[in-house]
Design a protein around this ligand. Structure first.
Ligand SMILES: [Zn+2]
Length: 392
């Protein structure tokens, strides 16, 4: 291991903070340290193991635990989510998809580099400040400086943020780890080796390292993280007027009905990605630039990676093909039609209409009822329903 890098990691990421390092090998060890030099002298014996550290700010009280200034095998307590004071780093972990328990090949690792570079560019264009970049051994990390409280809102925000990146950038070869949002997350200690499986020529153990540090580490505001997270597709509400009934919106049917050209589809753990021949809003956006997403929970999304399309969402696609899809007025009117069809015996429509036209001597209450109903029948007229025609 490179102890200089280990030292640099803590100076950079956890200056003057309590540190917990965890060693995961044949046994799991944990140690809490305030002094990096003490930590390093204790760490040297774990040269052949995988070493991690707790990324976020730990409650100082944890320093009094039994593993103070030394490593303990199976300690009673290690850092839990409740022990985190605040979230200081947003970790993006791009890793190769490979058999578990083995190191990546150079070819696999390069594929995760391609994805990491795309993620970097996307976030930079949104306005994210430069991250610390690291080589995790088998993949790549970005650490964006943030300042968020350790609460449910931050947890959901970070989780949704990673889900969106996964949706946009992961492919069959490499992807964004969606699980690294929890407050007490441990991550590879840079300067130590990634030792998954046996070290072989094509799948070697590699030393992790910090590869790039911005001149000034600036905090990325929460609002920018939200801008990414809010792109997480939402469930499409069924709409009565589009013949989709009350069932879940059927994206495959939509694609077929509107002859949308799909180049290829990729299946995820979470759903399906449809790579489109061209963007709906600019035909020159081709290749893998534009995609539709269908998640396993029924949510649907759209993304074109060109800057001019950065604000385009699934709802814009839907409206392009079905202009009245989100028309609330239409939606309400359709409901009225359905209500009358369902309960025609409740009110004698013709009688009420007639009474309204000829000024039936009813009391005010009944007149109000008549006016109200008249509005409803007029609304229904828009739909040229045969039942309504009879009334007229
Ligand atoms: Zn586009």
């Amino acid at each position: 291991m490179n102890l200089n890098t280990v030292k640099y990691t803590f100076e950079l990421i956890k200056p003057n903070q309590l540190i917990e390092v965890r060693v995961i090998g044949s046994k799991t060890y944990s140690g809490y340290f305030r002094e990096v030099d003490v930590l390093i002298s204790e760490l040297e014996k774990f040269e052949n193991d995988n070493v991690y550290f707790v990324l976020n700010e730990i409650n100082e009280a944890c320093y009094s635990r039994e593993q103070k200034d030394k490593f303990y095998d199976k300690p009673k307590n290690t850092t839990s989510d409740n022990d985190i004071v605040s979230k200081q780093w947003l970790l993006i972990d791009v890793d190769t998809k490979r058999a578990t328990g083995v190191s990546s090949t150079d070819e696999e690792k390069n594929k995760s580099k391609v994805i990491a570079n795309k993620v970097y560019k996307y976030l930079r264009d949104i306005g994210f400040n430069d991250p610390i970049c690291a080589d995790s051994g088998n993949g790549f990390h970005f650490l964006y400086k943030i300042d968020l409280p350790n609460d449910v809102e931050s947890k959901d925000l970070q989780s949704n943020f990673l889900k969106v990146l996964d949706l946009y950038f992961s492919d069959e070869a490499a992807g964004i780890d969606k699980s690294v949002f929890n407050a007490s997350r441990i991550t590879k200690l840079y300067g130590t080796f990634a030792r998954k499986g046996k070290s072989t020529t094509d799948r070697p153990h590699r030393q992790s390292m910090i590869t790039k540090v911005p001149k000034e580490i600036k905090t990325t505001p929460k609002e920018l993280i939200q801008r990414v997270a809010e792109n997480l597709p939402k469930k499409e509400a069924p709409k009565y007027q589009n013949n989709y009934g009350r069932d879940e919106f059927d994206l495959d049917k939509f694609i077929n009905e509107h002859n949308i050209a799909v180049t290829s589809t990729q299946n995820y753990g979470d759903g399906t990605k449809y790579i489109l021949e061209a963007c709906f809003f600019d035909e020159s956006h081709k290749g893998k630039d534009a995609c539709l997403f269908k998640l396993s929970n029924g949510a649907i999304g759209y993304k074109c990676f060109h800057n001019s399309c950065s604000e385009r969402k699934w709802q814009d696609v839907r409206i392009k093909f079905e202009p009245s899809a989100y028309d609330v007025k239409n939606y309400e009117q359709t409901r009225v039609t359905e209500k009358i069809k369902l309960h025609p015996q409740k009110e004698n429509i013709a009688d009420l209409h007639d009474r309204e036209e000829h000024g039936d001597p009813q009391n005010q209450c009944d007149q109000r009822r008549g006016q109200h109903f008249n509005q409803r029948t007029r609304q229904v007229d828009f739909f040229s329903d045969s039942a309504v025609k009879d009334i007229r």
